[in-house]
Design a protein around this ligand. Sequence first.
Ligand code: HEC
Length: 135
Amino acid sequence: MALSACGPAADSTVDTTPLSGRDIYLTRCTACHQVDGEGIPGNCPPFQGSPRLAGSSEELIRLLLLGQRGPLERDGKIYKGIMPSWRADLSDEQTADVLNYILATWSPQSPQVAAEDVAKLRAETANSKLLPSAQ
Ligand code: HEC
């Protein structure tokens, strides 16, 4: 006589995991930054070796909230692309998650950021415009 299965089906796979930073990166950021973070010559700088990723996390959050227009010079090369503002598209948590994915992948020595930091800067920059040309 066969035993009948009882209890929840073993293969009930409703995914309730919130979008991870990597998922956000792959959906929203790779058109310019590319999956491997190498960017686009003349347009978008590579993440590897970026002084910004190694620098102030506050400036990075500001960059995501406000966007930034080039031209940016780095290692003797000019990048003229536009980094869009993500203020309207990503929540504080999503902004922190995607930034933390980038930091962990391309600048693991940098500290991770918290959603509270994003919330604070979101309020402070509420009336700010796209950041001017990169220094
Ligand atoms: C339309 C193209 C484009 C998209 C899409 C885009 N970026 Fe950018 N991003 C840029 C450009 C161009 C720069 C350099 C801006 C400058 O300083 O001139 C940049 C710079 C950055 C930097 C600073 C890196 C450095 O070394 O200067 C971070 C961090 C970053 N982007 C994160 C993101 C995240 C996260 C997303 C997705 C949510 C995203 N970007 C989507 C074009 C883009």
